[in-house]
Design a protein around this ligand. Structure first.
Ligand code: SAH
Length: 459
């Protein structure tokens, strides 16, 4: 076949990868093309050729798919954030539901799983849902100060203060910060020279309480920000502002936050609720970014756990204990385990401020802590909840769970491939999948979140 780099080719998009790239064939040879939708007829320029496949860049849509919409965000294509805004939300839902069903069938061998899967739990209005934003601050080609998001796979900033998936108040916050920086000639940090001051602006918004935190990440200390009181005064005019913080990060690193924080005005944290449970959230705290759908997800996990108040429950990979506390409302005793110490510190504070005395947290690897605890106490939990990172559960942990023989396992997953792998192992002898629900936590991205209920056979 005679094709070469930069050549423009006509493709019909026939499929989509799990990362949202369209796939079209040219003379039988598959090409991956971002920003496309199944059914699109496009012209694309070849960017890379491998032995059995290639990559191409979308040049023009000649004949749009019926599922294609015009992305509401003007910078949707340049920005590294939303990957599938061009796909109608109806089709995004279908894509995510099919991902889970496909993995459970293909990797897990669960044929007929579709009948056990609930319809996707999605958002009615899938915009402005994120409660946490991290905007890099820098300069455009002409040297103008800008705030925005990184373009895909690079650190060049796509200017945008009005991100459609973030809280609306960010626009006002950024306008105050940019005008303050211009007025007092405060520099933005430059990654190449490692000079300049302001690196990022982090905002957090409590959607239930209305409380807002603004955190400036600075290559230096708060006192180096000239006339900072003038910025504080401007930010105070925004309704809901409760916390203004300066975080110091002087490292040459991709990590956004440094380790030191100084509260320059207000509280060290904001508060928010998921359901009835109150949380304190500092600038460093891990906290779910879509609170509305988190409530849906945790409620589903709680529903699947089927607690009547008599149960002992493990919450493995518990983070700041959000699911643990949700379960503690209905269980006799909850144990949580998490590898990050700071997360467990937050979990203990959150248990205390909500008055729970039936939750105990452990710091460590789940695959070490749980077997040790089991050996020492012999406690067989009635229900086990797991919510592992993308790589799924450690096999030593799965073996311990199989030994403990809980009546139910509720598996919360952010990666259907590892979910399917782990469920296959759990279902070899003792368990069966009873139900599964997909929850759309991250509209316009390809991330998929789901909850699966496994029940002990004959039990
Ligand atoms: N259930 C929590 C967090 C889930 S994210 C929530 O809903 O908010 C997965 C968590 O697993 C992360 O907090 C991560 O730090 C933790 N983790 C990763 N590897 C771990 C391990 N081996 N043992 C225990 N926790 C681990």
């Amino acid at each position: 076949m005679d094709i070469k780099k930069n050549q423009e080719i006509l493709l019909t998009i026939e499929d989509i990868t799990k990362d949202g790239e369209g796939i079209g064939k040219y003379q039988g040879f598959p090409f991956f093309v971002k920003d496309t939708v199944i059914g699109d007829e496009i012209i694309a320029a070849i960017t890379k050729l491998k032995k059995n496949y290639g990559y191409a860049r979308l040049i023009s849509v000649e004949n749009p798919s019926a599922d294609r919409i015009s992305p509401p965000c003007p910078v949707a294509r340049q920005c590294g954030g939303c990957k599938i805004q061009q796909l109608s939300y109806e089709k995004q839902k279908e894509f995510k539901w099919n991902q889970v069903a496909g993995c459970l069938k293909r990797i897990g061998g669960f044929s007929g799983i579709e009948e056990k899967m609930e319809p996707i739990l999605a958002m009615e209005d899938p915009w402005h849902y994120r409660n946490k934003a991290q905007f890099p601050i820098g300069y455009d080609k002409n040297g103008n100060l800008v705030a925005g998001f990184y373009a895909g796979r690079t650190h060049s900033i796509v200017p945008n203060t009005n991100c459609l998936i973030q809280a609306k108040v960010n626009e006002e916050i950024l306008e105050h910060i940019l005008s303050y920086m211009k007025e007092y000639k405060i520099s933005a940090y430059d990654e190449k020279t490692q000079k300049g001051l302001v690196r990022h602006v982090l905002t957090r918004v409590g959607f239930v309480t209305g409380e807002i935190m603004v955190c400036l990440v600075v290559n230096g200390k708060a006192k180096q920000l000239r006339n900072l009181s003038s910025l504080v005064e401007r930010l105070q005019t925004i309704e809901g502002i409760t916390s203004i913080i300066v975080n110091t990060n002087k490292e040459n690193t991709n990590r956004i936050l440094g380790t030191d924080c100084e509260t320059v005005w207000g509280k060290d944290y904001i508060e928010d609720y998921i359901g009835e449970i109150r949380y304190q959230i500092g600038p460093m705290s891990f906290y779910q970014v879509n609170p509305q759908q988190t409530k849906v997800l945790y409620s589903k996990a709680l529903e699947y756990a089927q607690l009547d108040g008599s149960e002992t429950v493990w919450d493995m990979y518990c983070g700041i204990g959000t699911i643990s506390l949700f379960l503690a409302q209905k269980a006799k005793q909850v144990y949580g385990v998490e590898i990050i110490k700071e997360a467990i510190d937050d979990a203990r504070v959150n248990a205390k401020i909500n008055g729970f005395d039936n939750v105990e947290f452990f710091v460590g690897k789940a695959e070490e802590v749980v077997p040790e605890h089991y050996k020492e106490t012999g406690i067989d939990p009635d229900v086990v909840v797991v919510d592992p990172p993308r790589k799924g559960c450690d096999s030593a942990l799965l073996e311990t769970i199989l030994k403990m023989e809980p009546k139910r396992i509720v598996y919360v997953s952010c990666d259907p491939a590892t979910l399917a792998r782990d469920c296959k192992l759990l279902c070899e002898e003792k368990y069966q999948i009873v139900k599964a629900a997909v929850v759309d936590q991250f509209a316009h991205s390809t991330h998929v979140e789901c909850v699966t209920l496994l029940q002990k056979k004959n039990g």
